[in-house]
Design a binder for this molecule. Structure first.
Ligand SMILES: Cc1ncc(COP(=O)(O)O)c(C=O)c1O
Length: 389
C-alpha cells in the first residue's frame, strides 16, 4: 500500500449527522451502558427501515445471526443452507449453535446464492421422519436457509421463499451488507422469518460496532431479547432459565447508530450516485464488468464491485489491486469461498463452481458515502490506465 497522504479509502464511515449531540447526551445523562433511551429509539428506527414489526439490538451482526439461528430452533447436528461465497460470520454463527453450514454456489450476474443450485441441492435431499429434508451426503437434517444479501444487492427471494416453503425450512436473512436494498419494492431483512443487520465500521450505517435482529413475530423477538440478556427470568433474584448470552448493545453505540440511520436516505443516494458514475466511467473498458442490478432489485450499492477478466483486460484482479494500492487507492477482493476455508472444513459443499472464479476475478472499489467526484475520477482514470490499450 502506498505511503502517500491522499489515500482513497475503500469504505469509511461518514459522521455528518447528530452523532456528537447524541453521544454527549449519553455522557451528560450518565446512560452509557446497555440500558438507556437510545437503544429503543435505534431499534424502532431499524424496524421502520426494514418494515418489520420488531427489532432487537445486539452488540454485533454476528451476535444477531447467532440469536436468529437459536430462535429458529437450529440445534447441534442440523444443517443450515447458505452461500459459499460470503463473509465468514454467518457460517461461524451456524457453528456456534453446533449445527453445520451446507454451502451452495454463487450465480454470476449479481454474485448472490444461485437459486437453481439451491433447488438442485434441496431436490437431492431425502425426507426425514419429521418431513424435513435430510442431506444424503452427510445424513444431517436441514433446518433453515440463511440467505446473505451480498455487497448491497438482494438475493432472489422469490426462488428462496418458494423452495423454503416447499421443503419446510425457515428463512433467515443476513442483510448485514444490504440495509436499504429492496427486493420487488420491499426492504431486505424483513422478508424472511428473521433478518439481521450489522453496523460495524464499514457498513452503510455504523454504531461503531453492533447488530440488529428484526422479525414480524412478537414471540420470536421476545425470545431473542431474553437470550441476548443472559436469559434472566427474574429481574431481582438473578434467576436465569437457560444459558443465555451477553449480546446487548450499549446506549453509546445506539446513540451513534441512531444518528447514522437518521441520514440513511442521504447515504443511499450517495451510494447510488457513486455506482452510476462508476457504471458510466468504466463502461468502455474491455474485460472489466461493472456491477449490475437485477430488474427486480433496488441495490443499496454498499460495496461497488467489478469483475476483471485477465485475458481481455490484460491484468488479473490481484495485479490491479497491487497497482492501485501503489497509487494510493484501496481495493479488496471478495472473500475466500467458505467451502475452501480451513475454518469450515467438514462442511458440505454442493457443486461449487463459480464461487472460486468470482473470488479470483472480483475487486471492490472505493465507495465511501463521502467519496468525492475528484477521488472517483482518480479511481476511474487509474483503472483506464491499467486497461489493455
Ligand atoms: C454478510 C455479513 N454477515 C455478518 C457480518 C458480521 O457483522 P459483525 O461484524 O457486526 O459481527 C458481516 C460484517 O461484518 C457481513 O458482511
Amino acid at each position: 500500500v502506498s505511503e502517500r497522504e491522499d489515500i482513497i479509502a475503500l469504505c469509511q464511515p461518514r459522521l455528518d449527522g447528530r452523532e456528537r449531540d447524541y453521544l454527549l447526551e449519553c455522557l451528560d445523562t450518565n446512560w452509557v451502558s446497555s440500558a438507556g433511551p437510545f437503544v429503543g429509539r435505534f431499534e424502532e428506527a431499524v424496524a421502520r427501515a426494514a418494515e418489520s414489526r420488531w427489532a432487537v439490538a445486539a452488540n454485533s451482526g454476528t451476535a444477531a445471526l447467532h440469536l436468529a439461528l437459536v430462535c429458529a430452533g437450529v440445534r447441534p447436528g442440523d444443517e443450515v443452507v447458505m452461500p459459499a461465497l460470503t463473509f465468514i460470520a454467518p457460517a461461524n454463527a451456524v457453528r456456534y449453535t453446533g449445527a453445520w453450514p451446507a454451502f451452495v454456489d454463487a450465480e454470476d450476474d449479481y454474485y448472490q446464492m444461485d437459486g437453481d443450485k439451491l433447488a438442485d441441492f434441496l431436490e437431492s435431499c431425502r425426507r426425514g421422519r419429521d418431513g424435513l429434508p435430510v442431506n444424503p451426503a452427510t445424513g444431517r437434517p436441514l433446518k433453515a436457509i440463511m440467505v446473505v444479501h451480498h455487497l448491497g444487492h438482494p438475493t432472489d427471494m422469490e426462488a428462496v421463499g418458494r423452495l423454503a416453503q416447499g421443503h419446510g425450512l425457515t428463512v433467515i436473512e443476513d442483510a448485514s451488507e444490504a440495509l436499504g436494498a429492496r427486493h420487488e419494492g420491499r426492504p431486505v431483512g424483513g422478508l424472511g422469518a428473521m433478518g439481521c443487520f450489522s453496523f460495524n465500521g464499514n457498513k452503510l450505517i455504523t454504531s461503531g460496532g453492533g447488530g440488529m435482529l428484526v422479525c414480524g413475530d412478537e414471540g420470536l423477538a421476545q425470545r431473542a431479547r431474553h437470550l441476548s440478556t443472559t436469559a434472566k427470568s427474574d429481574p431481582v433474584e438473578f434467576v436465569h432459565d437457560t444459558v443465555g448470552y451477553n449480546y446487548r448493545l450499549t446506549n453509546l453505540a445506539a446513540a451513534l447508530g441512531l444518528a447514522q440511520i437518521e441520514r440513511l436516505e442521504e447515504k443511499l443516494a450517495a451510494k447510488r450516485r457513486i455506482a452510476a458514475r462508476y457504471g458510466e466511467g468504466l463502461a468502455g473498458l474491455h474485460g472489466l464488468r461493472p456491477m449490475a442490478q437485477a430488474p427486480w432489485a433496488e441495490s443499496s450499492w454498499w460495496m461497488y464491485t467489478v469483475r476483471i477478466d485477465r485475458g481481455r483486460f490484460g491484468r488479473d484482479s490481484r495485479e490491479v489491486l497491487n497497482r492501485l494500492g501503489r497509487l494510493g487507492i484501496q481495493t479488496r477482493p471478495l472473500w475466500q469461498p467458505l467451502n475452501l476455508s480451513p475454518a469450515h472444513a467438514g462442511s458440505y459443499a454442493h457443486k461449487i463452481e463459480k464461487a472460486p472464479l468470482l473470488h479470483s476475478q472480483c475487486l471492490c472499489l472505493p465507495c465511501s458515502a463521502g467519496l468525492t467526484a475528484g477521488e472517483q475520477d482518480r479511481v476511474i482514470e487509474a483503472l483506464s490506465g491499467l486497461a489493455r490499450a
